[in-house]
Design a protein. Sequence first.
Length: 319
Amino acid sequence: MRVDLIVPCFNEEQVLPLFWEEAFRTVSEIPGYEFGFLFVDDGSKDRTLAILRELADEHPEVSYISFSRNFGKEAAMFAALSHTKADYAVILDADLQHPPALIAPMLGAMEEGYDCCTAIRSRKGDPKLRTWFSRKFYQLMNRISDVQLKDGAGDFRMMNRKMIDAVLSLQEVSRFSKGIFSYVGFRNKEISYENVERAAGTSKWSFVKLFRYALDGITAFSTFPLKFAAFMGGCFSFAAFVYLLVLVIKTCISGIDVPGYASTIALILLLGGVILLCLGIVGEYLAKIYTEIKRRPVYLIGESRLKEREPEESGPEED
């Protein structure tokens, strides 16, 4: 059985040698499997690609794909899954926050008959504000979408060939892999691990990027924001109708009343803000549609070195 370690990389020159040493040592101690490494250079500006070339020259089990520019981690994972021919594939980050030591128990889950094994990370040590926002995002997604996301479940997981093919069958351009992994289903086992600090370098995920990523996930797997916009429009229309009736009745009873300037401006600003909010929600979905109908490729390869496994020699056929 062949297992490919899929490793997206973006400006990871400081940590790549450490990752290779740790990951190679770990898989070398696991008997009964053939391991390969498939790195994806996501348009790095440092020496990441040079290091990958060196690793590929020195180690036959190392392959790499280098994008023509930065397309993002989602594109990197999709590219690697599209090119792997292994029986199992495990996605893990190069910064060693995904411990390679979990590969062995993940293989144990595969041997038990599971299609996927997901690593659940504790949030111990994370900034409190970031932890709060992350948990609220997962709670919101589980309420408004059909997919159920586990808090702490990231991209660190092992999949068998059946699940890999199912993930690849979803060909959308704007990809949200956490939702896709949940959407395809299959038997999944969860294993927990403690939060690990980066071995070197700095995180590429800022708060703004994480917020943008969360919006992509919501619009990719839920139409609730559109329904919410329609609900708000209905509520304000009903309130306006009731207010109109009150004005008519009041005018008939006590005559014309001079309206207040402050209340008029407040209502105009409130309704204008609601209208712009609803237009923004619709705009997010229109942007998704616009991106999908152009059918641009998820990624473009600038350079690659993919090593195919040598075919096994077949014995004499039996009658």
